[in-house]
Design a protein around this ligand. Structure first.
Ligand SMILES: *Cc1c(COP(=O)(O)O)cnc(C)c1O
Length: 450
């Protein structure tokens, strides 16, 4: 045995040492012991003598890293506002407060306070959704994929669903519309071609076996050139004549038009219903800017059938989602409040100048800390399959140095910073960072790079 090895303290003596006592108060003894054992084993392997203070510091740092929660906050400086991998929509303050309000105690989740007896969890967001979309009734489930399965199961199980070949899309994360539709127990009847579908294609596919017509919004791509498409407004008379519902999957789901901000082409839920859809579904955490949820609005008779479907129970939302969604919808009652208080909408509609001014402050603070940084023009996007071809002029801070090295160091921080590399440069695009996080982002970058 070498001298260096002999100098290493025993695991037991370290665990019991005065210096590690505070760690033992905060972390499980087994974790502390395991980390000490692993750290000593590494040193023994290397044959390195260990300075006791360095050893204790290493152990403390490793225990803290090992104890970080698996799910933790990151800074999204990618410029993609609705980043599915980074948790989509950050919630409005009112939504966060609403969650906190019900999370720690009991609530009237399924209790009718007026009657003093059992109620339904489905009532809570209904009046807001009716007001905001003009629908007769609504139901909220786990996500939009679930909403599509539920709607087809309730309205077309064992029957045929007519859908255009141009709408048999893959949304991402192996979610393919045809697979989902089949799982609902309906038989898919594809009509038209990839680029062109005509009203007559739908008419000829109608039969006594038809259970529904499905319209799927082409969220994450566009087709251009020799194309033809049939809108819900045109389909509506055909559907009525055969007494068949139209199920319209909007995907993103706008509650207010963003035309004024140069973002047009995504239908609002109100427009989609007014066009004649029987039920319209959308995600809670895409453009709507709320919690993960699948919102289904539409005709009362159809929603009643959805509520009775066994899938409704399997896909039901919890009280935290209902709290957050209710608070988010409440903000939409005042559209100007929605644009400023719902983080997703505020980030998407912020002017380029405002984003650039924040970048100026960030770049200056980084330079003051000795980090080479300058403001550059960037191109941001909405993300999550909304407005897929629309670039939003934005601004970012480009960091000097090896982009790959910077990317790794920022990603390894306590609150990881996810940016993007463009033309070999590492960029922090502030369009996707809520302005309230700017100061914390600045310190995190300095800590990781200085
Ligand atoms: C995103 C999307 C979905 C899936 O929504 P989730 O809420 O993520 O389940 C379904 N349909 C369309 C058209 C979409 O864009």
């Amino acid at each position: 045995m070498t001298d260096a090895r002999r100098q290493l303290p025993a695991v037991g003596s370290l665990v019991e040492s005065v210096e590690l006592r505070p760690l033992l108060e905060r972390y499980p003894r087994t974790l502390v012991t395991d980390v000490i054992r692993a750290t000593l084993a590494e040193l023994r392997e290397k044959g390195e003598p260990a300075d006791r203070d360095v050893l204790l510091e290493t152990v403390a740092a490793r225990i803290e890293t090992a104890s970080l929660p698996s799910l933790r906050p990151v800074f999204n400086a990618t410029g993609i506002v609705l980043h599915t991998n980074l948790g989509r929509a950050p919630l409005a303050t009112a939504a966060i407060e609403a969650i906190a309000e019900v999370a720690g105690g009991y609530s009237n989740l399924e209790y009718d306070l007026e009657a003093g007896r059992r109620g339904s969890r489905y009532v809570h967001c209904v009046s807001l959704l009716r007001e905001l979309t003009g629908a007769e009734d609504a139901i909220v489930v786990n996500n939009c994929a679930a909403a599509l399965v539920l709607a087809l199961s309730a309205l077309a199980r064992g029957r045929e669903v007519i859908v255009s070949r141009g709408e048999l899309v893959e949304i991402g994360g192996s979610f393919r519309v045809p697979d989902i539709m089949t799982r609902s127990g309906a038989t898919l009847v594809e009509v038209g071609t990839t680029n062109r579908t005509h009203l007559d294609d739908y008419v000829r596919a109608m039969s006594p076996r038809t259970g529904a017509i499905a319209k799927i919004h082409r969220s994450n791509f566009t087709i251009e050139g020799f194309v033809a498409d049939v809108g819900v407004r045109q389909l509506s008379p055909v559907a009525s004549e055969h007494d068949v519902p139209i199920v319209h999957d909007l995907g993103s789901g706008l509650l207010l038009s963003l035309d004024a901000f140069g973002l047009s082409g995504e239908p609002t839920a109100r427009d989609a219903l007014a066009a004649g859809a029987t039920v319209v579904m959308m995600s809670g955490d895409k453009l709507l800017g709320g919690p993960q949820a699948g919102i289904i609005v539409g005709k009362a008779h159809a929603i009643a059938r959805l509520k009775q479907d066994p899938f409704a129970r399997a896909m039901r939302v919890d009280k935290l989602t209902i709290a957050a969604l209710g608070a988010t919808l409440g903000i939409y009652r005042q559209p100007e409040r929605a644009l400023s208080e719902i983080p997703t909408l505020a980030m998407i509609t912020a002017t380029e100048d405002v984003v650039r001014a924040r970048c100026d402050i960030l770049a200056r603070a980084l330079r003051d800390a000795g980090i080479g940084a300058r403001v550059v023009g960037t191109s941001a996007s909405v993300g999550a399959g909304a407005f897929p071809t629309r670039d939003i002029p934005s601004a970012g801070v480009a960091l000097d140095g090896n982009a790959t090295v910077i990317e790794e160091r920022l990603r390894a921080g306590r609150t990881p910073i996810i940016g993007r590399i463009s033309d070999g440069q590492f960029l922090l695009d502030l369009r996707s960072v809520p302005p309230a996080h700017d100061a914390r982002l600045t310190s995190a970058v300095v800590r990781a790079l200085a």
